[in-house]
Design a protein around this ligand. Structure first.
Ligand code: DX5
Ligand code: ZN
Length: 218
């Protein structure tokens, strides 16, 4: 895909120094930040909420793009708080709501872009009816909840199908994506690449980010 963007996931970073870790990613050439919000209910893990996002926005300034990956059971609840805190995009899970249409509208009215995510067990046909109303589709390539899991290659047909049906839609992949797996994502049609441990584990994050962007954009 041309013009691929790389969004590091800071889930597996040094969370006691989250601001510095985000800065390190931006200084290393990250196109945006993928911020994983978990509520211990939709997924079996807890991370952080809008107060932390507000602090990050203050520390990092207005420029960095925050893609909020909302792994929460009641995504309706956090739209306004996240918007006020400085989120740019609100990516919620289709599995977590009965009324995606109302949520999409609310996110837009709060001035954010709309991302719609599906877990590995959710077929892509459920996402399709909303595709023309969203900015980005997120095809999970692991079960959400933890960083450092193995990439699920069998999710690639979902990406490919979406790319064929919706040529201009931003399509993000998340989970187990790194130098070894990014090419498959790109070939399927993904143009927004989330990568956590592959970047965080490296002592040269800039070169990993560049590599991911170059391979994806080929
Ligand atoms: C998983 C999160 C991902 C994860 C990615 O639930 O949504 O963003 O942190 O990390 P890696 O790249 O290590 O799988
Ligand atoms: Zn994520």
């Amino acid at each position: 895909a041309s013009g691929c963007k790389i969004g590091p996931s800071i889930l597996n970073s040094d969370l006691a120094n989250l601001g510095a870790e985000c800065l390190r990613m931006l200084d290393s050439g990250a196109d945006y930040l993928h911020l994983d919000v978990m509520d211990g209910h939709f997924v079996p893990n807890i991370t952080f909420g809008h107060p932390v996002v507000e602090s990050l926005r203050k520390q990092l300034g207005q420029d960095p793009f925050f893609d909020m990956h909302m792994m929460v059971s009641r995504p309706e609840q956090w739209v306004k708080p996240m918007a006020v805190a400085g989120a740019n995009q609100y990516t919620f899970h289709l599995e977590a709501t009965d009324n995606p249409g109302a949520l999409i509208k609310d996110i837009r009215e709060n001035g954010m872009k709309v991302g719609l995510a599906i877990k590995p067990g959710t077929t892509v046909e459920y996402l399709a009816p909303w595709a023309n109303q969203i900015d980005m589709a997120l095809v999970m390539t692991v079960e959400p909840g933890f960083g450092g899991q193995k990439f699920m290659e069998d999710m690639m047909p979902k990406v490919h199908w979406l790319r064929t049906q919706f040529p201009t839609l931003d399509i993000e992949v998340d989970g187990g994506v790194g130098p070894d797996t990014v090419q498959k994502c790109a070939e399927a049609g993904a143009n927004m690449i989330v990568s956590g441990s592959a970047i965080m584990r490296s002592d040269d994050p800039r070169s990993v980010i560049n590599l991911l962007r170059n391979v994806c954009s080929e």
